[in-house]
Design a protein around this ligand. Structure first.
Ligand code: SF4
Ligand code: SF4
Length: 218
């Protein structure tokens, strides 16, 4: 979730890039799953997250909407997030052993934690959220190994494109009477319409983004 806050209050004051070392290693989270609980609507999902979950689990977006994910509105734009159970407060993918049942396909924000992203100078860097993971004696890991996402350059480019699109769309929707229709189109184009596979994702995303931008200009 996008937050407006003083970066120096929540971080160690440093910016990190994919090849930098950062103190995030937490012994495979053994015995802890606190960042999979009580997260409300903060684990926001992007199109790649939805592609990963739907294609790897063999489910559709509407099927995920049955308790796995939910929708919220950010500055007029509808976005999906991981749903937390109303009874336990935990993510529905957290299994009885307190482990992530979709670890290999988990969303980008789960992969990042306790890193965050800061968008500045038309790009983004990673930063360490110092008040989040409470595990002591964390070890140093390379950022790219921590995120552990294939085709990292393309993935980072996607993150930036998606961030820019979301900001653009929020401005575009502001004060429009037909904002609901546009939101439905946005959901359909980027989330509901199935992606073929994780491999084809980037190509399919580019086509959809170009199509959406074209429609916004009409
Ligand atoms: S709080 Fe830290 S140790 Fe606990 S699950 Fe999250 S990242 Fe792992
Ligand atoms: S998807 Fe996995 S890592 Fe992410 S919050 Fe749910 S259980 Fe935790």
């Amino acid at each position: 979730m996008l937050r407006e806050c003083d970066i120096n209050e929540i971080s160690d004051g440093k910016r990190y890039q994919a090849n930098d070392m950062v103190k995030v290693g937490c012994n495979d989270c053994k015995g802890c799953h606190s960042c999979c609980e009580g997260m409300e609507d903060t684990i926001v999902l992007d199109p790649y997250d939805i592609c990963r979950l739907t294609t790897c689990l063999g489910v559709t977006f509407p099927e995920l909407m049955q308790g796995r994910i939910a929708l919220h509105v950010e500055e007029g734009l509808i976005l999906p997030h991981l749903a937390m159970s109303e009874t336990t407060g935990a993510c529905s993918f957290l299994n009885e052993e307190g482990r992530c049942s979709v670890h290999a396909h988990r969303p980008g924000i789960c992969r990042l934690f306790p890193l965050g992203r800061i968008y500045e100078d038309e790009g983004f860097s990673y930063f360490l959220q110092v008040n989040e993971c409470t595990r002591e004696n964390r070890t140093k890991e390379k950022v790219k190994n921590w995120i552990n996402t294939p085709r990292l350059k393309e993935y980072e480019a996607l993150i930036l494109k998606w961030h820019n699109y979301v900001k653009e769309m929020q401005v575009f929707l502001s004060g429009r009477e037909d904002a609901k229709e546009w939101n439905m189109l946005h959901l359909q184009m980027f989330f509901v319409m199935a992606y073929t596979s994780e491999n084809d994702f980037y190509e399919e995303f580019e086509v959809r983004l170009a199509d959406m931008r074209k429609r916004m200009l009409l």
